[in-house]
Design a protein around this ligand. Structure first.
Ligand SMILES: Cc1ncc(COP(=O)(O)O)c(C=O)c1O
Length: 386
């Protein structure tokens, strides 16, 4: 018996989960699968963070922290913003959350009023639209394309704005496209949202995984933005479930109350472990990994373009390539299915990210080492040229 509710019905399942489940089933039968669907770094959590986590557990740091987070971690994040981005943020504006997911839930619980609408880019991270729906608000997916660097533009925001629009969500670097907004472009978006009387949430979860230009933060633009971040991607801590939100000072008491009710506090051992995320040893290791991601991006982009997938730009962040596969005469879901069944390569179809152009794109994650990527490309070529 399948049990569902109206609320659960508002949320679409991730198609990639079906692909992943099938891939796991095939692996259990002894079939070797090249994974290019996974949205998390293949690298382990850096050693200093693991040591700090073990130490925290051994010292008995297993009780709740305050709902806003461990004061020492809020201070460490503020110091990181100052040292790395030259922006002064009061630790009092930082809320520690269970991943960027927790930060998104918190910010939407605060800002996505019932029956209001929330603008976001299509393609984009699927949880954004699902969580907006769960808040009884309405997601408005604004189509973006390669011509606008797969990001919202001031003109697109103005033309999509409705009387009930209150909020805009921007993700930079983006999932699934890896596209990055400059500070100037972010500033232009903030201005137009401000002129319309709305608020802006900037998801910077892939910050640090930047290639070419050094990373920046929307926090440089002023104190009125909500900025989401996480230890998951750049810091390699997906399973620890730890992220943060920077909010305007006046919103902190309300966020405190919501955090107490939504999750009480983020994981205590994870918060202690994350104190080691900003140590020089970790920083050096993360820089090595960033360079390796860049090398993989360059290899995979060239190799897939060579096979007929279209990219047409070099994504400046994250670890994804969102490739146009319309040259192959089948929709992306069918191609993703065939890649798994016949070539044993797992990828994510565009349907997970886009309601406007669900059939045209496939997301490749370069979260596998370069030899595995080469093997994946060899198999894809075999399928497409058979
Ligand atoms: C754009 C974006 N935001 C938020 C998340 C949630 O990440 P986490 O909860 O692990 O920090 C993800 C995960 O893939 C993501 O891609």
């Amino acid at each position: 018996m399948t049990v569902t509710t109206v609320r659960a019905g508002m949320v679409a399942p991730f198609h990639v989960m079906r692909i992943l489940a099938d891939a796991r089933r095939m692996e259990a039968q002894g079939i070797d699968i090249v994974h290019m669907e996974v949205g998390e770094p293949d690298f382990p959590t850096p050693a200093a963070i693991i040591r700090a986590g073990i130490e925290a557990l051994e010292k008995g740091n297993t009780h709740y922290t305050p709902a806003l987070g461990l004061p020492a971690l809020r201070e460490a994040i503020a110091a990181y913003y100052l040292q790395r981005f030259d922006v002064g943020i009061s630790p009092g504006r930082i809320v520690i959350t269970p991943g960027a997911s927790g930060a998104l839930q918190l910010v939407l619980a605060l800002l996505a009023e019932q029956n209001s609408s929330v603008l976001m880019a299509d393609p984009g991270y699927p949880c954004n639209r699902n969580l907006v729906r769960l808040s009884d608000a309405v997601p408005i997916q604004v189509p973006v394309s390669r011509d606008d660097n797969f990001q919202l533009t001031p003109a697109a925001i103005v033309s999509a704005w409705r009387d009930d629009t209150r909020l805009v969500i921007v993700t930079t670097p983006s999932n699934p496209t890896g596209s990055v907004l400059t500070l100037k472009a972010l500033g232009a978006l903030r201005q137009v949202v401000c002129d319309e009387g709305g608020m802006m949430v900037v998801d910077e979860i892939y910050q640090g995984l930047n290639y070419g230009e050094a990373p920046t933060t929307a926090l440089k633009l002023g104190n009125d933005l909500f900025v989401i971040n996480s230890f998951s991607k750049y810091f390699g801590m997906t399973g620890w479930r730890l992220g943060w939100l920077v909010a305007p000072e006046a919103m902190i008491p309300a966020l405190d109350k919501l955090a107490q009710n939504l999750f009480l506090a983020a994981s205590t051992p994870a918060q202690h472990a994350a104190l080691a995320a900003f140590e020089p040893e970790t920083e050096a290791e993360l820089e090595r990994r960033r360079c390796e991601f860049e090398r993989r991006r360059d290899y995979l982009a060239d190799a897939l373009e060579g096979l007929g997938f279209r990219l047409g730009y070099r994504p400046a962040g994250a670890f994804y390539l969102y490739m146009d596969c319309s040259a192959f005469g089948m929709d992306s879901d069918t191609l993703a299915r065939r890649l798994l069944d016949e070539a044993h390569v797992a990828v994510t179809p565009g349907r997970d990210f886009s309601e406007h152009a669900p059939d045209k794109y496939i997301r490749f994650a370069y979260t596998a080492d370069i030899d595995r990527l080469k093997e994946g490309v060899r198999r894809i070529k075999g399928l497409l040229t058979a």
